[in-house]
Design a protein around this ligand. Structure first.
Ligand code: PMP
Length: 366
């Protein structure tokens, strides 16, 4: 018998607000085509793999010492990448990094949310936002998007003025619905917000809209732009998220971060991956073209895909989405039931994977 197996979760002195909850996570089924977590379907190129291996090998010689607590070299590289891609000059002081953008978001809520404070989000959106809010005891204020899932920026600004949340989340492109918000809309929300606005740009590289990074100098005390290497950079397994903001915001997050949170291995591997950014980011154009092909094909099959600026597509209409999700899985294609009635979400894969998905789409019940 496993030691301690007689103790149940219910018997533990768990926080009352965590009782009865289930952990976040998509089902991880072993099927041939996995299009459920918005990863980049292209594995890293051989040169990148070799460079990561060599960088990690070099670090291994000093693993008896703690890493650079402030990850200065990595943050400098990330600032350089953002400077080139957004044409906004950023330095290491503008950038903070952590183990995935989920950890970035958690640190933001630890520093600027917490008991007695509130965070507002426009739903449906990334479901970890309310979960991280709850984990940090921040009150969650859900505000609905339009029925077509777009964000009415004027209405959003009005609600932000009314509710005065400590933190506003804007996900652009939005997961799981795919649309981006133009800078004018973001300005309306930023003008209305009394405190912090987090623009979650996990899928920014796939978007046709300019980055909110352009607005940092206009709203230095409010705006935090969160990014990740999990999607466009094909580095989901490496766990590296980051943010761009005014240096004072980075100082604030240092008050809640755990010391040495980014291992030497993570820092070295991420820096090596960034040296090959041109190769990994070349997949972004391929994926955007495939996304447009998938949308066209879904339309041709009589589905109603939601316009997407990201590497996934939300689509309907299903009489029973959970049953159709199961049918896709039975056809060897794992997609995501994000809990939106009548809809499912598919991540864009390789052309072969997308073809398998489209073939299955002809056969699943609607
Ligand atoms: N934000 C959004 C909108 C996401 O969709 C995701 C990944 N599903 C994340 C943040 C977190 O990604 P990661 O922790 O891998 O950076």
């Amino acid at each position: 018998a496993i030691s301690g197996a007689e103790v149940t979760l219910e018997a533990l002195p768990l926080r009352e607000d965590l009782r009865g909850k289930t952990p976040y996570g998509a089902p991880q089924l072993d099927v041939p085509v996995r299009l459920n977590t918005n990863e980049n379907p292209y594995p890293p190129p051989d040169e990148l793999v070799a460079d990561v291996a060599e960088a990690v090998r070099a670090e291994a010689a000093s693993l008896h010492r703690y890493p650079d607590r402030d990850a200065v070299a990595l943050r400098t590289d990330l600032a350089d990448y953002l400077t080139v891609s957004t044409r906004v000059v950023l330095g290491e002081a503008n950038v903070w990094a952590a183990n995935g953008s989920n950890e970035i978001l958690q640190q933001i809520l630890q520093a600027f949310g917490g008991p007695g404070r509130s965070a507002l989000g426009f739903e449906p959106s990334y479901s970890m936002h309310p979960i991280i809010a709850s984990g940090t005891r921040t009150d969650w204020v859900p505000v609905p998007r339009r029925p077509d899932f777009s964000l009415d920026a004027e209405r959003a600004a009005e609600l932000v003025r009314e509710r005065r949340p400590d933190i506003v989340f804007v996900t652009s492109p939005n997961n799981p619905t795919g649309g981006s918000i133009p800078l004018a809309g973001l300005r309306a929300v930023l003008d209305a917000a009394p405190r912090i606005v987090v623009v979650d740009e996990a899928y920014a590289e796939f978007s046709s809209q300019p980055s909110a990074v352009e607005l940092i100098s206009e709203y230095p005390a409010k705006l935090i732009v969160s990014r990740t290497m999990s999607k466009a950079f094909a580095f989901a397994g490496g766990r590296l998220g980051y943010l761009a903001a005014a240096p004072a915001i980075v100082d604030a997050l240092q008050l809640v971060r755990l010391p040495y949170h980014l291992s030497k291995l993570t820092q070295a591997a991420a820096r090596a991956a960034l040296r090959h950014a041109d190769a990994t980011l070349a997949t972004v154009h391929k994926l955007a073209a495939e996304r447009d092909r998938v949308v066209e094909s879904l339309l041709g099959l009589g589905f109603t895909p939601v316009p997407s600026d990201a590497n996934f597509v939300l689509f309907g209409q299903f009489a029973d989405a959970p049953a159709s999700w199961k049918s896709y899985a039975d056809h060897g294609v794992l997609i995501r039931d994000v809990g939106i009635e009548g809809h499912l979400r598919v991540s864009i894969g390789t052309p072969e994977e997308n073809d398998a998905f489209l073939e299955a789409s002809k056969e699943v019940p609607r």
